[in-house]
Design a protein around this ligand. Structure first.
Ligand code: COA
Length: 387
């Protein structure tokens, strides 16, 4: 018996958009509803993710506005904010609500605009993103998120001998994958040389090791296990684990190990009655190339210390033993914060159904999504499988 099922999925292209927030969201939500064959009045509740609208849009009460915009006015709406793990947390709560019998058919979605179309440049957006770090101990030092993940990665390099070339191989793989995905922010491949020649952002990360600022939206329709068989293409939600870790990062004993991800993965695998070995593919939170290395190890998809070599030797390639970020990941598909978590759920749903179009993987039945927020402080891991 599954905890719940996803019966409809939709997303905008991630990238640079001229549309206001509600129109971006509507594009994803109405696609998900149409995919499920569900009309807006059939949705019983809306679980919504947006991390930074207060700072980026001067818009702090988006839930009912977006529900109204897509024809769902009047239903219960809850907004979630968990830095980059925002809409995964909305998804987790939606799964619990249908599993607990509170609702049978719900919409989960996220939207965010992070590009200069908001009127905010890279410096201002970096400051806004930085508000997810520790207010007293980290923000006053000027620590940014490229800096946070550079510190984690430096420690990993020290412990395991991971190299800048290994990191570059992650970027090459994910840009190659993104070039096959029409919804990806970046449609171009790159090379190790191009990555290693790009300007340093936060040592060891260069421009090509970083995810971009993106605009975008994503949404899924979640139904109870009992109802799932009455939909055409249901994909089961077998497990959703949720862990948090110490903030500030200076107090973490093993910053390269990402404890929250390990705890979330164990919980998700236990619920799904599965193990890392039985996962066919994964979407992990590669906001920076080093973050993919840490995540693939934390989920047990590769051994500790092997995350870098796994990208270099093809283990995590589309046709490798365990394809990671076949969508292009945050690195190339893009990272519109509040839309990223449900964007990964859209990807898992489409891959398992065999609906991923030009970037479809061969024969995948069970996938994992890993979405983190802040100083790897919140992590949600989801396991989905064919029904
Ligand atoms: N990867 C690859 N190319 C990128 C890129 C990225 N992350 N960001 C920008 N580019 C490209 C642009 O397309 C542009 O190419 P063009 O000249 O061919 O048009 C060029 O690089 C310059 O773009 P620009 O927007 O001026 O870059 P920038 O210097 O303002 O910003 C970063 C680059 C890496 C600093 C910025 O994208 C960043 O901070 N990313 C991390 C975001 C983040 O922290 N997210 C949260 C994670 S937890």
């Amino acid at each position: 018996m599954a905890r719940a099922a996803v019966v409809g999925a939709g997303m905008t292209k991630f990238g640079v958009h001229d549309k206001p927030l509600q129109e971006l969201f509507a594009e994803a939500a109405l696609t998900a509803l149409e995919d499920a064959g569900v009309a807006p009045p059939e949705i019983e509740a809306f679980y919504f993710g947006n991390a930074m609208g207060g700072q980026t849009e001067n818009d702090t009460h988006l839930g009912p506005k977006l529900a109204t915009h897509v024809g769902m006015a009047g239903i219960p709406v809850q907004r979630f904010e968990d830095a980059c793990a925002t809409s995964s947390n909305a998804f987790k709560n939606a799964v619990e609500a249908v599993e607990g019998g509170h609702h049978d058919v719900v919409l989960v979605g996220g939207v965010e605009r992070c590009t200069p179309k908001t009127g905010k440049d890279t410096a201002e957006m970096t400051r806004i993103f930085g508000s997810a770090s520790h207010r007293q101990y980290e923000q006053p030092t000027g620590l940014t998120f490229p800096g946070v993940f550079a510190l984690f990665t430096k420690r990993h390099m020290h412990e395991h001998g991971t190299t800048e070339r290994h990191l570059a191989e992650v970027a090459v793989k994910n840009h190659g994958n993104g070039s096959l995905n029409e919804k990806a922010h970046f449609g171009k491949s790159t090379s190790v040389e191009e990555v290693l020649d790009s300007p340093v952002v936060a040592d060891p990360f260069r421009l090509m090791d970083c995810c971009p600022f993106s605009d975008g939206a994503s949404a899924v329709v979640v139904v109870s296990d009992d109802l799932a068989d009455s939909y055409d293409a249901a994909v089961d939600v077998a497990g959703v684990g949720h862990g948090t870790d110490i903030v500030p990062l200076a107090d973490k004993e093993t910053p390269h190990v990402t404890i929250a991800a390990r705890n979330a993965a164990s919980e998700a695998y236990e619920q799904a009655d599965t193990t890392a070995d039985a996962i066919d593919f994964a979407e992990v939170h590669d906001c920076f190339t080093g973050a993919e290395v840490l995540a693939s190890e934390a989920l047990g998809l590769v051994a500790d210390g092997e995350g870098g070599p796994a990208a270099a030797d093809g283990t995590t390639a589309r046709d490798g033993e365990i394809p990671i970020n076949a969508s292009g990941g945050l690195k190339a598909k893009g990272h519109p914060i509040g839309a990223t978590g449900t964007g990964q759920i859209v990807e898992l749903t489409q891959q398992i159904r065999g609906d991923a179009g030009t970037h479809q993987l061969d024969g995948v039945e069970r996938g994992a999504a890993h979405n983190l927020g802040g100083d790897a402080a919140t992590t949600i891991v989801t396991v989905m499988e064919g029904r």
